[in-house]
Design a protein around this ligand. Sequence first.
Ligand code: SF4
Length: 218
Amino acid sequence: MDNLHTLKINEIFYSIQGESTNSGLPCVFVRLTYCNLRCVYCDTEYAFFDGTDMTIDEILAEVNKYKCKLVEITGGEPLVQESVHTLMKNLCDLSYTVMIETGGSLPVEKIDKRVKIIMDLKTPYSKMENKNRYENINYLKPTDEVKFVIGNREDYEWSKTIIEKYDLTGRVLQVLFSPVFDVIENIDLAKWILDDNLNVRFQIQLHKYIWHPETRGV
Ligand code: SF4
């Protein structure tokens, strides 16, 4: 019966994973509609409302077409829709490697333990810093990842403080630092990390360099 539940899906597509430690790998993306946040740098506003209702069986059939075992659940904010948990469980049962990208403002404790969580902690530049649900950190696994999207030096310093306060580098597989596209120079963020000998992974949104930054479905 569960598989008859519907989710509003913005798009399902096959592309190169652009962020996280799986960056560079072919991946099927399932982008869910809706987001409870409004980050100033958001590049997926088209997912706030637009979408098509699909049953979980229909989503699984669409994912299966790509013959790729790495699947990322993203948004918008995928945790807005409760049935996402059923979708993730089904994908794991079918032996997919499943990742979820979440903005970090909604509870993560119900996420199937087989799923890799990539959780944002929203920096001051995003204007969504007050939405961070810090208790989520207690539910992250050693295989999960935490991402900071950095818009300026203040964000960088803030992120360092949060990493230390919650011992993030000791708690999760990887802490990711990503520059806000077209707002700060990649080289500046790279230099700050090297100057401080910081144990984080610098990453760029790879798909924006492979394709035109405005291209959808990649
Ligand atoms: S959480 Fe993600 S999808 Fe939602 S507004 Fe922020 S950047 Fe956009």
